[in-house]
Design a protein. Structure first.
Length: 358
């Protein structure tokens, strides 16, 4: 099936790649602009709150006034809703301060090896009270790794460490998906892909002992299965297995008869997981026969080769997470060749082949 908007030629492909790169830069810049705008607003609110403490207030208690004496109870235009008499500007500023991401410090309470290439860690402890769970199924945390030779205990002053330490000792962050959260037991589970001695997080997870402390920020996340979608497509490699597992479980709870396909590529049969999903979602395991290389992966070509008559009709929700090149190729394929609505896409590059990232 050809592209909808133009014939594929080297010139048009190159032009599209330039457009896509510019669009991605724009998306990042737009996000940074909004974050800076919120920070500026909070700073101004804190300044105004300090000024109000020094000057006597006029008008009804609980409402601030502008310079014309009008009571300030307007709608906030950044998604926080109307400000009532309880949530005034200074209280909202404090709420925004509290909403900033802080480090959560948990302890390893259990470890389990899952096959040859996965290590499961269960984290818990008193710090679980600082963990703010949400309803997204691709919830992820950014774990902080600090050189153990420094002998530091979390939480860490990251800015000070980055300023004072040489480059090779500065803390690094690695992003991992939370497999599951048990609010009653006050624990969460994270599965780490192991690549021998390479990387930072994998070797640490392989040797982590019960009682060891872990500091992270989060969770983040944006994806949750839409029970109203006509079909679901889930695609990923080992790195996305925890997220796909959570998505299938959540979808089964929301829509037990939901339809769709899941394509998961692993090294071999021994790396397959027992996955529970809706009765209408078929799970396809692809085996590379070894470690990932651009030459032995079949994930993209398998999805691209789905025949038109086998492609589901209606609104398709797609979850594509994993190696960066795979995600980029399938983004183009799904939007241009299959006509999937961009609003129904969840795309994320967990790692890049040829880099040292876990």
């Amino acid at each position: 099936m050809g592209r909808k908007h133009h014939l594929s030629t080297p010139a048009t492909d190159e032009a599209y790649e330039r457009y896509r790169a510019a669009r991605d830069r724009y998306d990042v810049a737009k996000y940074e602009y909004k974050a800076a705008k919120y920070a500026l607003k909070a700073a101004r609110m804190r300044g105004q709150a300090g000024q109000e403490e020094r000057e006597p207030r006029r008008g009804h208690p609980g409402h601030s006034q502008d310079r014309h004496g009008r009571q300030d109870q307007h709608d906030d235009h950044h998604g926080h809703g109307a400000l009532g008499p309880v949530e005034t500007r200074d209280s909202m500023a404090r709420s925004m301060e509290r909403g900033k991401r802080q480090q959560v410090v948990l302890q390893v309470v259990a470890t389990e090896r899952l096959g040859e290439h996965f290590q499961r860690l269960t984290l818990g402890g008193p710090g679980f009270a600082d963990f703010r769970d949400h309803h997204f199924t691709d919830k992820y945390v950014k774990i902080l790794f600090v050189d153990p030779a420094l002998g530091l205990e979390p939480p860490y002053d990251v800015q000070a460490l980055r300023k004072d330490l040489p480059k090779h000792q500065r803390p690094v962050r690695r992003t991992y998906t939370v497999h599951s959260v048990d609010a009653e037991a006050q624990t969460l589970v994270i599965d780490f892909v192991l690549h021998g001695d390479s990387g930072v997080a994998g070797p640490w997870a392989a040797r982590a002992a019960v009682g060891e402390k872990v500091a992270f920020a989060g969770p983040g996340g944006k994806y949750a299965p839409d029970a109203a979608a006509d079909a679901h497509l889930l695609v990923g490699d080992e790195s996305s297995l925890p997220a796909i597992s959570a998505a299938l479980g959540d979808l089964a709870a929301k829509a037990p008869a939901a339809a769709g396909k899941a394509f998961i590529e692993v090294a071999g049969p021994g790396e397959e997981w027992e996955l529970a999903g809706p009765t209408g979602v078929t799970i396809h395991w692809l085996h590379r026969g070894g470690e990932y290389t651009p030459q032995n992966t079949h994930l993209v070509t398998t999805v691209e080769s789905i025949r038109a008559e086998e492609w589901p009709a209606g609104r398709v929700q797609a979850f594509v997470h994993g190696e960066k090149t795979m995600v980029k190729r399938l983004r183009r394929h799904l939007t241009e060749d299959r006509g999937v609505d961009r609003r129904m896409l969840s795309l994320s590059s967990y790692w890049t082949y040829g880099t040292a990232d876990d």
